[in-house]
Write a protein that binds this ligand. Structure first.
Ligand SMILES: NC(=O)c1ccc[n+]([C@@H]2O[C@H](COP(=O)([O-])OP(=O)(O)OC[C@H]3O[C@@H](n4cnc5c(N)ncnc54)[C@H](OP(=O)(O)O)[C@@H]3O)[C@@H](O)[C@H]2O)c1
Length: 278
């Protein structure tokens, strides 16, 4: 069965739009893009469009590739101070002359809608209330909407990035899964992935997971976005793995739209957290 991220996110966005319309204030996101990386421009456009759809205002700062650290920090510091700004998002990756750690950690953690500041990462690690990165949060919402049981299950996450692999592993652990994190140094990967009741793949390599690596009736979540001959494909060889899996996310229309929805949810969460802390 397909885990339809597109339909699920569309339904959730309709509900969120109603919630946004009922708020007392205009919710505003400061969105910063540095440079002209084509993929980043597409992501930023999609984020802007989604914000508009639910009634979130976007203050967009598009800086030249050679923008200085000081220029980026100035925008963040002003947005931190501005009570009318509820969320701040810096599109990654940044050009290599900029210090990503410093830039991200300048964001007020209450406005950190990507959940990437050390404060939000630490809170996720300890299980405190936090803003969670949008992709793992979207995966959890999707599984919940399909009533997929997590407690007690063997979850294998392939990939250990800060943005996807590590936070999804923590969220699964919070839901009482038995979690294994695999990565490029994992030995006998197939043996590891075969044990998964729920397999989450965030590697960035097309057709990386084949049917022989998947246990019968496993739930397979494909996070990968790869371009092959002009087409977007995931990390999972969909045509064959769908025959083995009980549930599977397609690419596109799986995790991608859930990520966008979760970002919107995070912006509203930031708005509420800021109001609570006034
Ligand atoms: N759908 C969405 O909304 C969304 C959001 C974010 C990312 N993505 C996509 O998801 C994919 C992963 O993104 P990311 O940011 O997590 O990527 P990343 O930072 O490049 O991390 C890739 C991970 O895969 C592991 N890996 C690489 N080769 C491997 C191998 N042969 N066997 C096992 N593990 C291997 C790496 O291990 P090491 O740590 O050992 O190097 C690393 O932990 C990309 O295609 C990206 O475009 C999609």
């Amino acid at each position: 069965m397909i885990l339809d991220g597109k339909k699920t996110s569309e339904n959730l966005m309709k509900q969120l739009a109603k919630e946004v319309a009922a708020l007392d204030d205009v919710v505003t996101l400061t969105l910063i893009l540095v440079g002209r990386d084509p993929a980043s421009q597409v992501y930023v456009n999609n984020k802007q469009k989604a914000c508009m759809e639910v009634g979130i205002n976007v203050e967009f700062h598009h800086l030249e590739e050679n923008a200085t650290q000081k220029e980026v920090l100035k925008i963040i510091e002003e947005a931190n101070q501005n009570e009318k700004i509820h969320g701040i998002l810096v599109q990654l990756p940044l050009p290599s002359h900029l210090d990503e750690e410093v830039i991200i950690n300048t964001i007020n953690p209450l406005k950190d809608v990507d959940g990437l500041t050390l404060t939000n990462q630490g809170k996720l690690f300890t299980g405190m209330e936090a803003i969670h990165p949008a992709t793992p949060k979207g995966i959890m919402t999707l599984l919940q909407k399909y009533f997929i049981e997590i407690s007690g299950k063997n979850v294998v996450v392939v990939g250990r990035s800060k943005l996807v692999g590590k936070p999804i592993a923590m969220l699964m652990l919070q839901k009482n899964a038995t979690v294994t994190i695999a990565h490029s140094r994992t030995q006998n990967l197939k043996e590891v992935t075969k044990r998964a009741d729920i397999l989450v793949v965030a590697v960035g390599k097309p057709n990386f997971i084949t049917a022989d690596m998947v246990k019968k009736d496993a739930v397979v979540v494909d996070v990968g976005i790869n371009k092959v001959e002009g087409k977007i494909v995931g990390d999972v060889k969909y045509s064959e793995v769908k025959e083995v899996a009980s549930y599977i996310t397609p690419v596109p229309k799986g995790v991608g739209p859930m990520t966008i929805y979760s970002l919107l949810e995070n912006i509203i969460q930031s708005y509420k957290l800021l109001n609570k802390n006034k």
